[in-house]
Ligand binder design. Structure first.
Ligand code: ADP
Ligand code: MG
Length: 563
C-alpha cells in the first residue's frame, strides 16, 4: 500500500507543523488511507499491524474535526488499558500542539476522580479513556456527550477480550446518532463485525497487509539452545552484539521473575513486567523503560501488549511463543516505523518442530545461527573496546596512539592483544587492578584528569578538606574522583565486589572508574571518576541490588558523616 506526504492528505498547517516536529517524514500506509476517509466524514474500520501508526491515523482527523471555540467533548477515544490511554493521550497532545484552544485528557481507573472531574469540567474537546471509567463518568453525569462528533475504538479486539463489550455497547448506544465511528483492530472476529454492523454507517474498510510492511525489516534468527544454557547464551548474545535496549519475552510470570533476577545478578540493568504487578508498578516500569532508565525489559506476552516503545534494538524470544501470531506480534516491537531491528528466538528440543510449523504458517524469514563460543565473546568485547579507543582517537585527542595502533596492526598483533595493551596503558601503565582491588590501587593508576583542578570536578572535595567531622578513608580524596551516596549498605548485605560489578555491568565501563568504597550499615559511599559520576548515578538509580531498589546521589558532607 502506498505512503504519501502528510501535505497531500488534506490536513491543516498546524498538523503539518506538528508531524514535522515529531519527525515523521511521510504518512504511513494506514495513515495515508485512513486520514482522508475520515476527513470526508466517513466511518472507518482500520486493520493493520502493531507499530504501523494507527494512533496518528485516527488522532489527526480527530483533532481536525474539533472546534476549539466549543468547550464540549467532541471526540471520545476508547482504549483497552490505562497505559494505552496515556500513550494515545500523549501522542494526541503532541499532534495538537499548534492548535490553540484544543485540549486532551486521559481518564482511567486508578486515577483520582477529583482530578478527572476538574479536567472534564474545564471544557476539554478530546477524551481518551478505558471503557469502564468512561461509563462511570457518563453515569455520574460528569462526562457529557451531547457535543460528541466522533468515537474511536482503538484495539477493539483487545477491549472485547478484556470483557468491555457491555460497556462499549452502552457507550455506543448513548452517544448522539450523528457522529463518526472509527474501529481499529488487529483482528476481525465476528463480535467486532457485529458491532460494526450495528453501530457504523457504511464504513470504509481499510486493511494494510502487515507482511510486506513490517516483517522484512526485522532480522530474524534462531538458536537451538538447551533449556539450561539459555541464560548463558542470552548474556553472550547481548555482550557480543553490545545490545543496550531490548525486550525479552518469557512464557510465564515465574520465568520472567527468575530471568530478571538472574540477569540483574550478572550486572545487566533489567526490570520486569507481568500480570501480577499492580497497575501502578506496571505504569512505572513502562515509563522507565521508555526513558531508557534500564536496558532490558523481561515480560510476558500479555503484559507487553500495547507497550509502545521506539528504537528497540532487539527482541528476544527466550521462550518460544505459542503461535505465529504471538511471534509476529512480539517481533513487531523492534523495527518500528521502518527502522531495522533484530529478533532472536531460542528453541530447545521439540520446540523446533513448533517453530518450523510457524515458519510455514506465517511465511517467516528466519535463519539458524550457532551459539557464539566464549572465545568469540571475548573477541567481541575486545573489539568493542578497540572501537571506543578508536572513537576517542578519531576525535583528534590521541593521534599518536592511532599511529601506534596502525603500526601494531601492521606488525601482525591481534586486535585483542593491542586492546589489552592499550587498556593497560590507559590505566596508567602498571598492572591492571582487578575490580575489588581498585580500592587500594594507587592514584597514578587512574586516567589522568586534564583541565581544571580537582575542586571543580568534585564539588565535595573542597568541603572535605577541613569540615569532615570524622576520617573518611580515601573517599573523594583522590584526584578527579567524585563520591556517590548509595542507599544500601551492610544491612542489605552489599559487598564492594557487588558494587563494582553493578557499576561495570550496568554502564559497561571498566572497573578502573571505581575507587574507594566505604560500606556503612545502611548506606555506602562510592568513589567514581568525576567524568563518569553522572552516568553512573543515572544508570544505577532504580536498579535492584539483592532485591533492594538503589537510589544514588552526589554525597554531601552530611552523607559522609553518617554512620
Ligand atoms: P500502532 O497503534 O499501529 O501499533 P503506533 O500508532 O503506536 O502504532 O505507532 C508506532 C510508532 O510509530 C510510534 O512511536 C509513532 O510515534 C511512530 N509513527 C507513527 N506514525 C509515523 C510516521 N508517519 N512516521 C514515523 N513514525 C511514525
Ligand atoms: Mg496502537
Amino acid at each position: 500500500m502506498e505512503k504519501r506526504p502528510f501535505a497531500e492528505l488534506g490536513v491543516s498547517q498546524e498538523i503539518l507543523k506538528a508531524v514535522h516536529k515529531l519527525g515523521y517524514e511521510e504518512a504511513s500506509p494506514i495513515q495515508t488511507a485512513v486520514i482522508p476517509a475520515v476527513l470526508q466524514g466517513r466511518d472507518v474500520v482500520g486493520q493493520s499491524a502493531t507499530g504501523s501508526g494507527k494512533t496518528a491515523a485516527f488522532a489527526i482527523p480527530a483533532i481536525e474535526i474539533c472546534k476549539a471555540q466549543v468547550h464540549k467533548v467532541q471526540v471520545l477515544i476508547l482504549c483497552p488499558t490505562r497505559e494505552l490511554a496515556v500513550q494515545v493521550a500523549e501522542e494526541t497532545g503532541k499532534l495538537l500542539f499548534f492548535k490553540r484552544g484544543l485540549n486532551v485528557v486521559p481518564i482511567y481507573g486508578g486515577q483520582s476522580y477529583d482530578r478527572q472531574f476538574r479536567a472534564l469540567a474545564s471544557g476539554v474537546q478530546i477524551v481518551i479513556g478505558t471503557p469502564g471509567r468512561v461509563m462511570d463518568h457518563m453515569e455520574r453525569g460528569t462526562l457529557k456527550l451531547d457535543g460528541l462528533r466522533m468515537v474511536v475504538l482503538d484495539e477493539a479486539d483487545r477491549m472485547l477480550d478484556m470483557g468491555f463489550r457491555d460497556d462499549i455497547e452502552r457507550i455506543l448506544s448513548a452517544v448522539p446518532a450523528e457522529r463518526q465511528l472509527l474501529f481499529f483492530s488487529a483482528t476481525m472476529p465476528k463480535v467486532i463485525k457485529d458491532l460494526i454492523g450495528r453501530y457504523s454507517h457504511d464504513p470504509a474498510w481499510i486493511r494494510v497487509e502487515s507482511h510486506a510492511q513490517n516483517a522484512p525489516q526485522v532480522d530474524q534468527v534462531y538458536y537451538e539452545v538447551d533449556r539450561r544454557s539459555k541464560l548463558e547464551v542470552i548474556t553472550r548474545l547481548i555482550d557480543i552484539n553490545d545490545f543496550r535496549y531490548g525486550l525479552i519475552f518469557c512464557s510465564t510470570k515465574v520465568m520472567v521473575d527468575e530471568l530478571d533476577q538472574q540477569l540483574h545478578a550478572r550486572g545487566y540493568a533489567t526490570d520486569r513486567l507481568h500480570g501480577d504487578l499492580s497497575q501502578a508498578q506496571r505504569t512505572r516500569v513502562m515509563e522507565k523503560f521508555r526513558k531508557r532508565a534500564f536496558e532490558f525489559l523481561v515480560a510476558t506476552d500479555v503484559a507487553a501488549r500495547g507497550l509502545d516503545v521506539d528504537d528497540l534494538e532487539v527482541v528476544f524470544n527466550f521462550d518460544l511463543p505459542n503461535d505465529a501470531e504471538d511471534y509476529t506480534h512480539r517481533i513487531g516491537r523492534t523495527a518500528r516505523a521502518g527502522k531495522s531491528g533484530k529478533a532472536i528466538t531460542f528453541v530447545s528440543g521439540r520446540e523446533l518442530y513448533r517453530l518450523q510449523s510457524m515458519v510455514r504458517f506465517a511465511n517467516l524469514k528466519i535463519r539458524r545461527e550457532t551459539v557464539p563460543s566464549l572465545g568469540q565473546v571475548d573477541e567481541a568485547r575486545a573489539n568493542l573496546f578497540y572501537e571506543k579507543i578508536r572513537g576517542v582517537i578519531d576525535e583528534g585527542k590521541f593521534e599518536k596512539q592511532d599511529r601506534v595502533v596502525d603500526r601494531l596492526l601492521d606488525q601482525g598483533y591481534s586486535s585483542t592483544d593491542i586492546c589489552s595493551a592499550l587498556i593497560q596503558l590507559l590505566k596508567g601503565g602498571g598492572a591492571a587492578a582487578p575490580a575489588p582491588a581498585a580500592k587500594t590501587s594507587p592514584p597514578e593508576a587512574r586516567p589522568r584528569m586534564e583541565g581544571p583542578e580537582q575542586g571543580q570536578d568534585s564539588p565535595e572535595t573542597a568541603e572535605d578538606e577541613g569540615e569532615a567531622p570524622r576520617p573518611l578513608g580515601r573517599t573523594g580524596k583522590e584526584e578527579g574522583m567524585t563520591t556517590l551516596f548509595v542507599n544500601a549498605g551492610r544491612k542489605n548485605l552489599v559487598t564492594t565486589g557487588e558494587i563494582v560489578g553493578k557499576i561495570t555491568g550496568v554502564t559497561r565501563l571498566d572497573s578502573s572508574v571505581v575507587g574507594a568504597i566505604d560500606i556503612h550499615q545502611r548506606h555506602s559511599l562510592v568513589d567514581v571518576t568525576a567524568e563518569h559520576a553522572e552516568l553512573i548515578l543515572k544508570k544505577l538509580s532504580g536498579i535492584r541490588l539483592r532485591g533492594h531498589v538503589l537510589k544514588l546521589s552526589l554525597a554531601t558532607t552530611e552523607d559522609k558523616a553518617r554512620e
